[in-house]
Design a protein around this ligand. Sequence first.
Ligand code: P1T
Length: 377
Amino acid sequence: MDFSTKAIHAGQKADSATGATITPIYQTTTYTQEALGKHKGYEYSRTQNPTRTALETCLASLENGKYGLTFSSGCAATATVLAMLKPGDHVLASDEVYGGTWRLLAETAKYQGLHVTFVNARNAESFVKCVGAETKLIWFETPTNPLLSIIDIKAITEAARKKKVATVLDNTFATPYFQRGLDLGVDIILHSTTKYIGGHSDVVGGAIVTSSGELYERLKFLQNAIGAVPSPFDCWLTLRGLKTLAVRMEKHAENAEEIAKWLAKHKKVERVFYPGLKEHKGHDIAKTQMSGFSGMVSFEAKGGFEAAKKVAESLKVFSLAESLGGVESLVCYPATMTHASVPKEDRLRIGITDGLIRLSVGIEDVADLIEDLGQAL
Ligand code: P1T
């Protein structure tokens, strides 16, 4: 089956009890057992729930993976992966990650006794050289939030395999529609399903996909033990969004490319970050590992903070809001919004300047989006 067919059907057979075509919301905490230990595979909804099973199966299928697990948020998925580690373990993380991921890695992980180093992963070779004897995980996202840098997935996974270190790729920005990391050797794919997967800015969630039975067993144990699971209704909403992922992503990418090209020519714009632009530093690698460049565009307005503030606050069709990946366009100011938890000197070193604006380009008519950007600039 190809992508769109899997998005609509994988894990979603007609309901065995009623024939309902659409997976029901199994709004139940528990399941009646016929006799002690005799049940239909479901005992308690923190552990398993049929609506969640459908979502987990579908996500695994879309990532070309064997196993899926879902969580109450992307951060819950991240925290659960980190819970696999023990005091003294080292995590090598890309320095370009979502602010909340940075916060978990920099602030929370230390209470677990983990050592985390943030390194520039755009140069994959020097990045993997930072793997040490205690390194247990390599953590990265590509394209990165919010600078849309491209990290060479294969270069990292090949080096990690040699050193027997597991890799985690946060695939939130690309989605499995445009990028499938398991095929490129990644061990664990992570998502904030709050974003493109849900697609409508109405449900917070997270997911993990892997093809390793060993990692799955450990993560499944932790999913149940920690219990940061999504509700049946949240799973249903996410499944509903997932069905249209392919068509939405095509339109997000088409609009984003047009906007990126338009911004690149605008006299009040200093720099544009979009991996689909030929001038983008990671464009050539992006072409090898992505089948499209997704819907996120960042840019620097000339004039630093004052200019960025004015643009962000003047947009009318774009809402000034955190998050991304919904059908509606959003504008965000990373320095004080999504990346507020990254210390200022790290933020500036990475390139998240005071003039940076991030756009989550929606699927509205692109002419309206361009007109809006035009009046704001
Ligand atoms: O918000 P939550 O569902 O917990 O997901 C966290 C997360 C993980 N990974 C990436 C790449 C993300 O972008 C996010 C959340 N990001 C935003 C809220 C944002 O506006 O960038």
